[in-house]
Every structure is written in C-alpha cells, then in structure tokens.
Design a protein around this ligand. Sequence first.
Ligand code: HEC
Length: 177
Amino acid sequence: MNRRSLSMLLLLALATCRQEDMYSQEKAVGWGKFFPFPGRMTMQHPVPGTVARNPADAPVPQPPEITAAMLARGRRQYNINCVPCHGQSGDGEGMIVQRGFPKPPPLFNDRLIKAKARHFYNVITHGHGVMYSYADRVAPADRWAITGYIRALQRSQHAQVAELSDNDKQHLQESNP
Ligand code: HEC
C-alpha cells in the first residue's frame, strides 16, 4: 500500500468515530465503580511494594483506621489550615470570617454529621463553593487525619457528661463552678 492510500484509509477510519459515542461510552471515573477492575472499584490500592516518591503524597484511596496518633495529627493540621475560617470548634466563626470572609456552615450541622468521610476528603482536595482547594498544602494522609478530627469535633458538640472520663469531669466542674 502506498503512502497516499494509507492516509486515505486513516482518514476514513477517523471519520467513522462519533464524538458522542466516545463521550458517553463506559469508562472509569474517579471514585466510581468500574466493572473490569478488582472489587469493581476504579481507584485501586498501589501494587504491594510500590515506593512513593514522596511518602506524604502517596495516594490513600480508602479512609484508614482512626488512631489516637492520627487524631492528634489531624488536630494539628486542622488548627493550622482550617481554624482561620472554620474556628477551633468548627462553628465557622474563624478570625478571617470575623474580618469579612464568607462564613462557612458549622462543621457539626446535621447535614455534615451525616456526610460520608469521603466528602470531607474531597472538599479539602478540590475546595467547595468559595472555599479553595487545600490539595497543595494538605497531603492525602493528612486529609483523612483532619476528617477524623472533624468527626471528633462533631461528637464533642453532643457529648454527655456521663461519657467523660473522671479526669475530664473534674476539669469541667473546675471550669464551671
Ligand atoms: C479561607 C477560609 C477557609 C479555610 C481556611 C477553610 N475553609 Fe472550608 N469553607 C470555607 C467556606 C467559606 C465554606 C462555604 C463554601 C460555600 O458553601 O460556598 C467552606 C466549606 C467547608 C465545608 C462544608 C462543605 C459542605 O458540604 O457544605 C467543609 C467540610 C470544609 N469547608 C472543610 C474545611 C477544611 C477541612 C479546611 C482545612 C483543611 C478548610 N475547610 C479550610 C472557608 C474556608
């Protein structure tokens, strides 16, 4: 086949592709399901033994188990990155908001208490409405740690005195004589 007829053939092959079909065809998207992959999940764990170039940036596709060390890390990261707007308790009255930045919803409102952990991970990663993305400042593992700490903040709003340790009960009595 000479070059000219080869290019004609290629043109014909291209002409038969319809953009809509390619757009709407089955494909793997973000956190979604994808039949041919193991567990039907698009996002797969890295192959065992994979070494991340920068461990802090290694993908963490599923929420890890919550540990005390992770909560402590989440608290630190929350206080550094989120408190200026969301406030220490998550009420949305941070210093920047008091100076005129749009007020975020309380992190412990009913909707966010019911929201999946992944929602918080995604908000930190991609931003939400007027809140910009924190992907370049908060590493993936820390996004889960902050999410864990937000769960603790949510719980703290509805805690019963009876659930506290003796030590905490005493602190409470001392601070509210
Ligand atoms: C500069 C201020 C600012 C900072 C810093 C900030 N946020 Fe936000 N955040 C907002 C505002 C404003 C909204 C409301 C956005 C909207 O609805 O348009 C918001 C919304 C949210 C929501 C609610 C999303 C929903 O479903 O309504 C979550 C969760 C959240 N932020 C988490 C975080 C976390 C975690 C951090 C720290 C890593 C953080 N934010 C840092 C301003 C901020």
